[in-house]
Design a protein around this ligand. Structure first.
Ligand code: DAH
Length: 353
């Protein structure tokens, strides 16, 4: 066996497979060196010891050479792989499209957060509503001129309306169906089903039969609030609206109330918020003390369902405002139609959280 030739072959092996073959060729079961080892038994003891030492030494050198070459080849292979798979981090990346929360949903979440911190519960009502809850029970009888202020999408058919009360008794309401023109009907629904005291806010979509323009949509969102209990006053209303203003516009914010008329409150007031940063008043919505006729309608309704009257000795306040309007004012958006009608992504993306 030519040791020099073996070492050279190992040092020049060009792949791990070739190296594996060389290893078998010399050190394998039928390998050259193994063969020589097997002849040791035929030698005299003195010679055998000498020859054994030499062969062991050769074996160690071969093994070491194999390990070294294998190491080198592995490192080269890794090097080559890294070279091939390298990434040019200076190339522009791919932008993966991702959705975002609509500005109005963001506003709504922010508003609900402010009211939750004040201990309000959040409830929702149906968008298809009955004439009774949307108008009559809110002190807006059929002949009332206030009906003209809220041009209505009437639906075909009439409701033999049942509210979602335990037991679900039929109601006296056989009125027409409509798309709710405001979130106020949920005041009545909630009071019919719950015993005061309570504090609720009602977010939701409302619908008006409008000619749309920059500030009017046929569908928009409102937030309604209702607080009922013993000894509730307009001061509580002012406190809550002030807290709302501070939540939206910071601790500098102030509120103002101006007398106005809504059939379901007395006295009624529109409220505005002072936006210190911009030094301007934002007229936001309506509010007032719940009209006794509303409480009366609720108690009558409850009586028909076999429930005790619960509201005539109490007081409460309510408010309602449009969420789009708040967003328009706050962000200086020129046209309400950007939100849904045009649904322009270039616009909506600016408000991606
Ligand atoms: N429902 C009224 C509207 O759309 C807003 C409103 C005014 C709600 C006064 C109230 C309130 O609860 O007290 O236009």
């Amino acid at each position: 066996m030519d040791t020099q030739a073996a070492l050279q072959a190992i040092a020049e092996a060009s792949s791990l497979e070739a190296l594996q073959q060389l290893k078998a060729q010399y050190l394998g079961k039928n390998g050259l060196l193994t063969g020589e080892m097997k002849t040791l038994g035929q030698l005299a003891p003195q010679e055998r010891r000498e020859r054994g030492r030499v062969l062991n030494e050769i074996k160690q050198r071969l093994e070491q050479a194999l390990a070294e070459r294998s190491h080198t080849l592995e490192a080269q292979a890794l090097e080559a792989q890294l070279e091939q798979e390298s990434v040019d981090v200076s190339l522009p990346g791919y932008a993966f499209p991702s959705g975002g929360t609509h500005l109005i949903s963001q506003m709504q979440a922010e508003l609900l957060g402010i009211f939750r911190r004040m201990g309000f519960s959040v409830v929702e009502g149906p968008e298809v509503e009955s004439e009774f809850f949307n108008f009559d029970a809110l002190n807006i009888p059929p002949w009332h001129p206030a009906r003209d202020m809220q041009d209505t999408f009437w639906l075909e058919g009439s409701s033999e309306f049942r509210i979602h009360a335990p037991g679900g008794q039929p109601t006296r309401d056989q009125g027409r169906l409509l798309l709710r023109t405001h979130t106020s009907p949920m005041q009545v629904r909630y009071m019919v089903e719950h015993t005061p005291p309570f504090k609720i806010v009602v977010p939701g979509r409302v619908f008006r039969y409008e000619q749309t323009d920059a500030s009017h949509e046929a569908m928009f969102y409102q937030l309604e609030g209702l607080v009922v209990g013993e000894g509730i006053t307009m001061a509580d209303l002012k406190g809550a609206i002030t807290e709302l203003a501070r939540g939206l516009f910071g601790s500098e914010a102030r509120v103002r109330f101006q007398p106005t008329y809504f059939p379901f409150v007395e006295p009624g007031a529109q409220f505005g918020m002072w936006w210190a940063e911009r030094e301007r008043w934002l007229e936001l919505g309506g509010s007032g003390m719940v009209h006794p006729n509303v409480f009366r309608a609720v108690d009558e309704y409850r009586e028909q369902m076999g429930r005790p009257r619960a509201y005539e000795t109490l007081t409460g306040w309510a408010f309602g405002f449009g969420i789009e309007r708040l967003a328009l004012l706050r962000y200086g958006i020129p046209d309400i139609r950007y939100f849904y009608q045009q649904n322009r992504l270039s616009f909506l993306r600016q408000f991606k959280p």
